[in-house]
Ligand binder design. Structure first.
Ligand SMILES: Cc1cc2nc3c(=O)[nH]c(=O)nc-3n(C[C@H](O)[C@H](O)[C@H](O)COP(=O)(O)OP(=O)(O)OC[C@H]3O[C@@H](n4cnc5c(N)ncnc54)[C@H](O)[C@@H]3O)c2cc1C
Length: 366
C-alpha cells in the first residue's frame, strides 16, 4: 500500500501526529503493535500539568495547556479533562526555599503559571493536608484527564480526518529507497515519503533501524487506586523531594503514583508491580494525607514508559535521514504534551519550522 506518511505507534503522540498531519492534508498510515492506547498513553495517571516541568519543556507545556482548555475543539470530546489545579507541597523549610527559588526563576523567565502559597493558604485549600507541610506551589488551570478516553478521542479524530490505523502490526523493517520509505509489518508493507517514529518505550529500537542510537531506559511505572472515600481533595497533589502524584476522583477513589518502578518485560510488553516500592508510595501518601492511614488499596498496575538520561523527550528530525522524525522518550510526563507534539510535527513537515523551541529535544544530543 501507499500513503503520504507512516506513523509508528498509536499512543497519544502517534495519534496526535496522525490527527494534525491528516488535517493538514497529509494522510498517514499508522502501524500499532498492539491497539491504540494499550501502553503508557492509556494507563497513566492522567495528570495534565505545567507544574514542575523541566525548563526546556515549559514553552511546549504552556502551548499544550491552551489546547487542553479547549480540547473538545480539537478532538470532539472533553477527554474527562478537569481544570482542578495542581499543587506541589514542601515538607520542610528547606524544600519550601527550593520551591520559592524555582518560582523566582520562572518569573525572571516571564512565566507566571506557578505561584507560591503559604502553609495557612495551603491548609485553607486542602484542610486534610498534614500539618508538617510548610507551603506549596500551586498551578491554577492545570488538572487531570482520563487517559484511555483521551487517546481514543485522538485516535477517533485522526481516523475521522482520514488516517488509516493498523493494530496488531509490529513494524519490523524500515528501508529507504530513493525518496521513499518502505515500512514492513507481518501483514503489510507501506511506501511513503515521510516517516514518524512515535514508538514510546520502543522508540530507540525504531531509531536504531535509522542508525541512530538513543540510550532509552524502559521502565514500569506503577499506580494504585484506593476504595471510595468522602471527598477531601480537589487539586492533584505532588511532593517536592519524594515521589508522589495524588488525586481524588469524583467517585471518591484516590489514585496514588508518581514514578516508582516495578519490573518490565519488554518481550511480552508487560509491566509488573513491585509491592515493596508501592508500599513506599503508600507511606508518602499517608504522611501527606494522614486520613489515608486506614484507606484500603483496591487495584494496582504498572505501565511501560521510556526514560531518557536527561528525562526530556526526543522531538526531532532524524539526524541520519531526510523526511524522518522522532517523537518518543517522554520520561513519565508526556501525556500532557500529547496535543502539541502533533502540531509541532505538522509544522515541521509543512513549513520546515515550528514556533516552539525544540532544539533541546534533538536526537543529536546523545
Ligand atoms: C503509570 C504511568 C503514569 C503516568 N502519569 C503521567 C501523568 O500523570 N501525566 C503525564 O503527562 N504523563 C504521565 N505518564 C507518561 C505518559 O503516559 C507518557 O509519556 C506518554 O503516554 C507517552 O506516549 P507515547 O505515545 O510516546 O507512548 P505510548 O503510549 O507507549 O505509545 C507508543 C506506542 O507505540 C507502539 N509501538 C512500539 N513499537 C512499535 C513497533 N515496532 N511497531 C508498531 N507499534 C509499536 C506501542 O505499542 C505503543 O502503543 C505516565 C506514564 C505511566 C506509565
Amino acid at each position: 500500500m501507499k500513503a503520504d506518511a507512516v506513523v509508528i505507534g498509536a499512543g497519544i503522540h502517534g495519534c496526535s501526529v496522525a490527527l494534525h498531519l491528516a488535517r493538514s492534508g497529509i494522510v498517514p498510515v499508522v502501524f500499532e503493535q498492539s491497539h491504540p492506547g494499550r501502553h503508557a498513553s492509556g494507563v497513566n495517571a492522567g495528570g495534565v500539568r505545567r507544574l514542575g516541568r523541566h525548563f526546556s519543556e515549559i514553552p511546549l507545556s504552556v502551548a499544550a495547556m491552551k489546547l487542553w482548555w479547549n480540547i473538545r475543539d480539537l478532538v470532539d470530546d472533553d477527554c474527562g479533562f478537569e481544570s482542578s489545579g495542581q499543587v506541589k507541597v514542601a515538607e520542610s523549610e528547606a524544600e519550601f526555599e527550593l520551591l520559592k527559588s524555582r518560582v523566582k526563576k520562572l518569573e525572571m523567565d516571564g512565566y507566571e503559571h506557578e505561584e507560591i502559597i503559604t502553609r495557612s493558604e495551603l491548609k485553607i485549600r486542602i484542610p486534610a493536608i498534614s500539618d508538617h507541610c510548610h507551603g506549596a506551589i500551586i498551578c491554577h488551570g492545570d488538572g487531570q484527564a482520563k487517559p484511555f478516553r483521551t487517546v481514543r478521542a485522538f485516535y477517533a479524530a485522526a481516523k475521522h480526518a482520514g488516517a488509516r490505523f493498523f493494530p496488531d502490526q509490529v513494524v519490523d523493517s524500515i528501508k529507504r529507497t530513493g525518496q521513499t520509505w518502505k515500512v514492513t509489518t507481518r501483514d503489510f508493507s507501506c511506501e511513503a515519503p515521510l516517516l514518524i517514529n512515535c514508538a514510546g518505550a520502543w522508540g530507540n529500537q525504531i531509531a536504531a533501524l535509522l542508525d541512530e542510537q538513543v540510550p532509552l531506559e524502559p521502565t514500569a511505572l506503577m499506580l494504585m487506586i484506593s476504595e471510595r472515600l468522602p471527598h477531601f481533595c480537589t487539586p492533584v497533589v505532588g511532593a517536592t523531594q519524594r515521589t508522589l502524584s495524588f488525586k481524588q476522583f469524583s467517585n471518591g477513589t484516590v489514585l496514588i503514583g508518581g514514578g516508582l518502578q516495578g519490573y518490565v518485560d519488554m518481550s511480552r510488553q508487560q509491566g509488573h508491580v513491585d509491592i515493596d516500592q508501592l508500599a513506599i508510595n503508600a507511606r508518602t501518601a499517608r504522611d501527606i494525607f494522614p486520613l489515608m492511614e486506614k484507606a484500603r488499596i483496591v487495584r494496582c498496575w504498572a505501565g511501560i514508559e521510556g526514560v531518557t538520561p536527561d528525562q526530556i523527550p526526543v522531538i526531532s528530525p532524524s539526524s541520519t535521514y531526510p523526511d524522518a522524525y522522532h517523537v518518543f522518550g517522554f520520561s513519565a510526563h508526556g501525556f500532557q504534551l500529547g496535543p502539541i507534539t502533533g502540531r509541532i510535527i505538522s509544522d515541521l513537515v509543512n513549513h520546515q519550522s515550528t514556533e516552539l523551541p525544540i532544539e533541546d529535544f534533538s536526537i543529536d544530543r546523545f
